[in-house]
Design a binder for this molecule. Structure first.
Ligand SMILES: [Zn+2]
Length: 831
């Protein structure tokens, strides 16, 4: 909890219970935009429609996960939901109302003397409701009904137990007196929010009408407690963590239309947090992160309930600030549970980074903002990034009950640790129950007759309103593609997300190509028929995103997937230094090797990193200069060619070479039988893009000779040949041998007997080949990058990786850039 507030400091006993510090979480309530969706029980129809929403979620019942990691995680958590003893989680509630209970008390944050007791029961209600809605299995319904019934029994005894009517908690109402009086107490409204959200989910997702009755009585009690306080008393009290009270009450207002519920929601509008955010000011440093995030969920839901744009501004500005300036590469935020100074990332790596509850709530917020502004594809980029890199990997795959992490340590040498059956019950244990039972809720969305496909997760969608089923088959990200198959027929639109990271993405409908530009949606409107197939390939390139506060502190990603170094039982005291050029794929999908200061290291997707130490961030030496190397070849003797870029990348002449008159000054002559020039190893290592530009004069032309060939072997290379087997000039790049080449094929071979300027640019998914300053060919599906070749060891002019002919001619004024030069710049070089 808010350790910074002496009045709210937890007791020593509490601290001893949680070595991690304190709790946090957000809650359960279904976003209001699910309200009224098809398939809900009649009783669950909403009274009010959301303002400012143009995209809607499908009910969980409409989407079924197919086999894959998300389904596996869900299955483990659902095994826990079936296993966990409801009576143990009701024990402290029953005692609180003078009822007998012979259940064994829980431990951890549910222990009878812990002030947060009862919160897990709320999370359980949400997780059971989600599981029932998603799978239809009666065990979740039966257990949910039982818990709701038991809570109703407790609540009915409130006045008999000496409490005000409607009060429902596992702790005495005096906790509320204490928080109102600013006396030491943990976070009573936080816990009540979990219970209220669980009840609303039981009503909306599991059709439990009793849950709504109990919830409305709780809401009336909240209004009674809050309504009799002054504004300043309420605002002071709101400094203590209260979860998403404003969110669940706004959600309830959308269900009931009772204006008291909106009034009560707005009692929890925390001016100290909302006012600077409404003005777009980042004053988050020093605030407990997960105390704030649920308030923003309340803000966006209050916008949906009222149309008051200030609420929208608060939520949107908060998201922009947190994602833009407080978020680690895996999508999480906070260090030691607190927001730090903006862009404090590299300097904030510890064992207590990225509390998972924060991301649970950020994803809920992101989803609501997407409903509000579906054109902002950065919302879904963030959703994907956080879902894969933090949420999926928070669960221990060795745990049959889906135990989860609390923090996500990002210090070098960090290791994930997990919850347990009955002696943890932290906030993250609770939000984990929810996270892993609702993966089906954010794959597909709709707006009228338009379907949004946002995530690449194996699943089926039963789109009742259109009378069709969409099946998504994918093993993404292990395979960089997904396939949609339509069953049923009708005219509708599919908008399939083409992520910004997928340069070179290709989309087909029944085999026919459709335009797909990365960084948005590809839109397909047609009259669909059963068996229609949409295929999307999503090339994934290596990248090395730097921390905002340190250009030399970098992570490694393949597409959207963060790769982490696997260190087994070896602890680390500092960031290892990584050689980006050494990062190379193995035969196992998404598994790489690299050279680091610690030696050779295996890189795995961070979501697969369990039961061993790791590093997510690395120390990386300076990025490549824009002009990597420039060989004028104006020497007159010797076997060295100086690098005029100032980078010291001296080249070496070998075999039948000599100095000769060039296009400008001298050039290096190659004899066509043994002469070639070698450039330093790893010369384009780490380059996401490049330009290779040179003058060449062919004396004779031989098929498969090389102007240049940069690579390590016949598997990994990029080359330019004056004449391929097809008879024309070709550039190709590959990390999987000749069969995996991505090519640019010119319409003609290079000419002989004259100085010819040739240039190749590669980057952003596009490769372009220029001859004499004019574009002659391009490939717009070139996902490979020079950096992706790793630390190439055989970078040559005039000699192939294969036993091909040597180049017969001369080369002059060769320049290497780490970026794509424009056509204008290429033309200038060719003069
Ligand atoms: Zn937490």
């Amino acid at each position: 909890m808010r350790r910074s507030r002496p009045a709210n400091a937890p007791s020593a006993a509490q601290l001893s219970i949680n070595r991690r510090t304190l709790l946090r979480a957000g809650a359960a309530a279904v976003g209001g935009s699910m309200l009224g969706a098809v398939g809900l029980p009649r009783a669950a129809r909403a009274a009010r429609t959301d303002t400012g929403v143009s995209v809607y979620a499908f009910p969980l019942s409409a989407v079924t996960l197919l086999s894959g990691p998300f389904q596996q995680n869900m299955t483990r958590t659902q095994a826990y939901l079936n296993f966990v003893d409801a009576d143990r989680l009701l024990h402290t509630f029953r005692l609180n109302y003078g009822l007998s209970s012979s259940a064994q008390p829980c431990g951890g944050w549910e222990a009878p003397d812990v002030e947060l007791r009862g919160h897990s029961t709320g999370h359980l209600l949400s997780a059971l409701a989600q599981s029932y809605a998603n799978t239809g299995a009666s065990s979740y319904k039966t257990k949910g009904d039982y818990v709701v019934g038991a809570l109703a029994t407790c609540q009915a005894r409130a006045t008999a137990a000496g409490y005000n009517s409607g009060f429902l908690a596992a702790f005495p109402e005096s906790f509320i007196d204490r928080v109102e009086a600013r006396q030491n107490v943990w976070a009573p409204y936080y816990t009540l929010h979990k219970i209220m959200a669980g009840l609303l989910d039981q009503y909306l997702l599991a059709g439990n009408a009793q849950a709504l009755t109990v919830l409305k009585a709780m809401a009336a009690w909240v209004k009674f407690r809050m309504g009799r306080l002054s504004y300043s008393q309420r605002q002071s009290m709101l400094d203590t963590e209260f979860g998403g009270m404003n969110e669940v009450l706004a959600n309830l207002y959308q269900v009931t239309g009772d204006p008291d519920h909106l009034t009560t929601a707005e009692y929890f509008d925390h001016a100290r947090m909302f006012d600077p955010l409404a003005a777009g000011s980042d004053q988050l440093a020093g605030f407990h992160a997960n105390t704030q995030i649920p308030k923003m969920l309340g803000a966006i839901r209050e916008y949906h309930a009222t149309g008051t744009t200030r609420y929208h501004d608060i939520a949107t500005n908060f998201w922009d600030i947190v994602v833009g300036h407080h978020t680690y590469v895996i999508g999480g935020n906070s260090n030691g549970e607190y927001f730090q100074q903006p862009d404090g990332i590299a300097g904030q790596l510890s064992d207590t980074t990225c509390e998972v509850c924060n991301s649970y709530n950020m994803l809920k917020l992101t989803r609501q903002l997407f409903f509000t502004d579906p054109a902002r594809t950065d919302y879904i980029d963030y959703y994907e990034r956080t879902l894969w890199n933090q949420m999926l990997g928070e669960q221990d795959p060795n745990s049959a009950h889906g135990f989860v992490t609390y923090y996500t340590p990002l210090r070098p040498g960090g290791i994930k640790t997990y919850s347990n059956d009955y002696d943890d019950f932290t906030c993250d244990h609770g939000t984990g129950m929810e996270t892993h039972t609702k993966f089906a809720d954010s794959i597909y969305f709709y707006s009228g007759s338009t379907l949004y496909v946002n995530l690449f997760v194996a699943s089926t969608l039963n789109w009742a309103a259109q009378g069709v089923t969409i099946r998504q088959d994918t093993t993404f990200p292990e395979a960089a593609s997904t396939k949609l198959t339509v069953t049923g027929s009708g005219t509708f639109t599919i908008k399939i997300r083409v992520p910004g990271w997928a340069a070179g993405a290709a989309l087909t409908v029944n085999g026919a190509a459709v335009g797909a530009s990365p960084g948005g949606y590809a839109t397909i409107t047609r009259t669909w028929a059963s068996g229609d197939v949409v295929n999307l390939t999503l090339p994934m390139a290596l990248s090395f995103p730097a921390a905002p506060d340190s250009a030399t502190t970098q992570a490694v990603k393949i597409g959207p997937i963060v790769l982490a170094g696997a260190y087994g039982s070896t602890d680390l005291t500092a960031l290892p230094t990584l050689t980006p050029s050494s990062v190379k794929a193995t035969s196992t999908p998404l598994q790489y090797t690299a050279t680091a200061s610690t030696g050779t290291v295996t890189l795995l997707p961070f979501y697969k990193m369990h039961h061993q130490r790791y590093t997510v961030y690395w120390n990386v030496s300076k990025p490549l200069p824009e002009l990597v190397a420039w060989y004028k070849f104006d020497e007159t003797a010797g076997t060295s060619a100086q690098d005029s870029s100032g980078n010291g990348k001296t080249a070496t002449l070998t075999g039948g070479t000599s100095w000769t008159a060039g296009h400008s000054g001298n050039a290096v002559a190659l004899d066509g039988s043994s002469g070639y020039v070698t450039l330093p190893a790893g010369i384009l290592a780490g380059a996401a893009a490049c330009t290779v530009a040179t003058w060449v004069r062919l004396d004779t032309i031989s098929t498969w000779a090389r102007v240049f060939d940069f690579g390590s072997d016949t598997t990994t290379n990029m080359f330019l040949t004056p004449q391929s087997g097809a008879g024309t000039a070709r550039f190709a790049i590959t990390t999987s041998g000749a069969s995996g080449e991505q090519q640019i094929n010119a319409p003609a071979a290079l000419p002989t007997g004259a100085w010819t300027h040739v240039a190749v640019t590669v980057g952003g998914g596009v490769g372009v080949l220029y001859v004499n300053g004019a574009e002659v060919a391009r490939n717009a599906a070139m996902s490979l990058s020079p950096g992706g070749l790793g630390g190439t060891t055989q970078n040559r002019l005039g000699r192939s990786q294969y036993a091909d002919p040597y180049l017969d001619g001369a080369v002059d004024d060769l320049r290497l850039y780490s970026r794509v030069l424009t056509a204008t710049e290429i033309a200038a070089l060719a003069r």
